[in-house]
Design a protein around this ligand. Structure first.
Ligand SMILES: Cc1ncc(COP(=O)(O)O)c(C=O)c1O
Length: 385
């Protein structure tokens, strides 16, 4: 037979985002490719994790997470998301939202099951679906506000469809789904008896007058909605690997079993730090976060407009897709490399988020940078383009 790798995943390799990060390091550029929040961690979150280590919270936790964190999450989901979640049976703390999504896919999807993804999509969603031998089906969001056609969604459903993935606020689009859109998706899910898997990791990054709405809070949707989120972005702790998933107890037991199988548990003292952050940080923290990121968005989008790379203004999250079709090159990759050479600013080629040729028009930038770094990136773009 010979030695060879798993063919199904052979194409996966290094993600385009990591590849650009590498090229950026080599060029000593400013990395706006990866969504690494290098803004500060709330000090009380760090202190609580340190104290937990000092006080012996260093061994395995229950497979689905520390009680303090599950309870804090359930309480937060009640007040912020308007969801009713039992902290004993319906929450699983995992290795980031990424680990949570993987456990959900392993636990709920069978090989051959079709899963609907909205395009532009987050690459990890696609790769994870493929990794469990499920089959992605794409529905394009259209226009400057990435609006959804329910007809397109209906047409994508077949008798093999098992789930719809909703990412709100979305990466890379920044789209914040409205209640009306979510109700439309919910009706399709109910009619065809589908799961909805929502990734709400950017729930606190919502700009202007948009509002984050959780699918699971809509009437009758809690049973079939699997809600994934986490504090990687909100507390700037992407390296801690703490995320969670909330789902009806029937689904949580299998998702939890998968989490146990792959990770055993999430890092114990870090779970404690996040729990204290959720318990103690008040409404001002979330307001300041929102204001700071809206300011970064406005500053960065204005520069993109000024230099002739028109942005689709994101309603949430901290990425922007800029139209780079006027730059030399035939692909998003060539245009992203051109930008890196000319300006020392790295973005992600649009092909990472689209199936079709549309990706060539875009480069995605992350504006989750310190003000100082963002200023330098803006200056370089203004001078270089
Ligand atoms: C939509 C989306 N989900 C999940 C993640 C990863 O979250 P975590 O670090 O908690 O795994 C990201 C990070 O870029 C993301 O954009």
């Amino acid at each position: 037979m010979g030695l060879h790798e798993n063919q199904r995943l052979a194409g996966l390799g290094q993600s385009e985002i990591r590849a650009m990060t590498l090229a950026c390091t080599q060029a000593k550029g400013i990395n706006l490719a990866q969504g690494v929040c290098d803004t500060g961690v709330p000090p009380l979150v760090i202190d609580a994790a340190k104290q937990a280590m000092d006080q012996g919270v260093n061994t395995y936790t229950r497979y689905d997470g520390l009680a303090e964190l599950r309870q804090a999450l359930a309480q937060r989901m009640k007040t912020f998301n308007h969801m009713t979640v039992n902290s004993e049976t319906e929450v699983t703390v995992s290795a980031g939202a990424t680990g949570a999504f993987y456990c959900v896919c392993m636990g709920l999807l069978q090989p051959g099951d079709e899963v609907i993804l909205f395009e532009p999509y987050y690459g990890y969603h696609l790769s994870t679906i493929v990794s469990v031998e499920a089959v992605p089906k794409f529905v394009s969001l259209r226009g400057s506000d990435w609006s959804l056609s329910l007809d397109d969604l209906e047409q994508a459903v077949t008798n093999r469809t098992k789930a719809i993935v909703v990412n709100t606020p979305g990466n890379p689009s920044g789209k914040v789904f409205t209640t009306q859109e979510l109700e439309g998706i919910a009706a399709v899910a109910r009619q065809h008896d589908l799961f909805i898997i929502t990734d709400e990791i950017y729930e606190y990054f919502v700009h202007d007058n948009h509002k984050h709405v959780s699918m699971a809070a809509l009437p009758g949707m809690a049973d079939r909605t699997i809600t994934i989120s986490g504090y990687s972005k909100t507390f700037s702790i992407t390296g801690w690997r703490i995320g969670h998933v909330a789902a009806d107890a029937r689904w949580s037991s299998i998702i939890g079993a998968m989490n146990d199988l792959v990770y055993v548990c999430a890092p114990a003292p870090l779970q404690y730090g996040v729990a204290v952050g959720i318990q103690q940080l008040g409404v001002e923290f979330y307001q300041e976060l929102q204001q700071a990121f809206q300011h970064k968005r406005d500053q960065f989008c204005q520069v993109l407009l000024d230099i002739g790379l028109p942005p689709t203004i994101p309603q949430g999250a901290y990425y922007v897709l800029a139209d780079v079709s006027c730059l030399p090159g035939r692909t998003g990759k060539e245009r992203a490399m051109y930008l890196l050479e000319k300006t020392g600013v790295a973005g992600v080629p649009g092909e990472a988020f689209f199936q079709g040729a549309e990706g060539a028009r875009y480069v995605r930038f992350s504006f989750a940078k310190t003000d100082a770094d963002l200023d330098v990136a803006c200056e370089r773009l203004k001078k270089g383009v």
